[in-house]
Design a protein around this ligand. Structure first.
Ligand SMILES: N[C@H](CCC[C@H](N)C(=O)O)C(=O)O
Length: 276
């Protein structure tokens, strides 16, 4: 298997990006995503992202987690995707449409090099997130029992499922122990990403994440969007706030038009060829 790729990171959430805009066969790369993402035997990444053509948008993005599972959407990934597309001269626009599993997403590359993304509307109906046991009701500050302990959860989908748990002290959360037990809890038919959040004030929160299919990552863009929505629903922040992650800070806004806007960095680390 031989293919060219570029390595990108966004707040420390890192990805292998593959340009398959000319419909190159990516089946073997997808089949080997776990090995490619391995931090000892491969490149090392939280996922593999493919740039693909689309019939309904300027581009299509496909995201494979480091465990080989496919996700509907990736917030940090789409910022890397946008700058990678621009660098590859696949467009002369700074704002364009991307078909994803979460619908059409619109990133815009800003003058200062950050990327501003219209992430669409949050999904709050329980059966659409999905979370079992709540019908189409919202899941806000509801009980969940994990490993014999009861937590209060608020669930939001940004095309992918998120379970947000507010804590008094983020440093006391044993993420590697409790994260996988939330991820695979039977109440989440499609598993879940889980965000633990310590609110610092009504415009600033600290968040750590255990991602579905990737484990602890240094940042989660869709998770930051879901976190802001959960904060507003629980009356803990304003509708615009900064989310401090292990690897950086994202600014998230839940606008009056009900759409979520995310702004943050994306940086190329290197380009290389996988030749095994
Ligand atoms: N692991 C996630 C996909 C990547 C999301 C995250 N890296 C982001 O920046 O949104 C899932 O399976 O839903």
């Amino acid at each position: 298997m031989e293919f060219n790729f570029s390595k990108w990171q966004a707040c420390g959430n890192d990805f292998v990006l593959v340009n398959a805009f000319n419909n190159e066969d990516i089946s073997e790369i997808i089949a080997n995503a776990e090995k490619i993402c391995d931090r000892h035997f491969g490149v090392g990444a939280d996922g593999v992202i493919f740039i693909l053509p689309s019939k309904i948008a300027d581009f299509r993005m496909q995201i494979i987690n480091s465990d080989g599972s496919e996700a509907e959407m990736c917030g940090n990934g789409i910022r890397c995707f946008a700058k990678c597309v621009k660098e590859a001269n696949l467009t002369d626009k700074n704002k364009f449409t991307v078909e994803t599993g979460a619908g059409i997403i619109v990133p815009e590359i800003m003058e200062d090099g950050t990327v501003h993304v219209d992430m669409g509307e949050p999904i709050l109906e329980g059966d659409k997130i999905p979370v079992s046991g709540f019908g189409n009701n919202q899941v806000v500050n509801e009980d969940i029992t994990v490993d014999g302990q009861t937590y209060k959860m608020t669930c939001v989908s940004m095309g992918n499922p998120h379970c947000i748990v507010f804590v008094d002290d983020i440093n006391s959360v044993e993420l590697e122990k409790i994260g996988p037990k939330f991820e695979t809890n039977p109440v989440f038919p499609k598993k879940t990403n889980t965000e633990f959040v310590e609110v610092k004030n009504d415009k600033y929160v600290r968040m750590r994440v255990w991602e579905r299919g990737a484990g602890i990552t240094w940042a989660c863009g869709t998770g930051s969007c879901a976190t802001l929505v959960a904060c507003v629903l629980n009356k803990r922040t304003q509708r615009t706030a900064q989310i401090e992650l292990d690897g950086g800070i994202l600014t998230i806004q839940w606008a009056d038009n009900n759409r979520i806007y995310m702004t943050g960095p994306a940086t190329k680390v290197f380009t290389a060829t996988w030749a095994e």
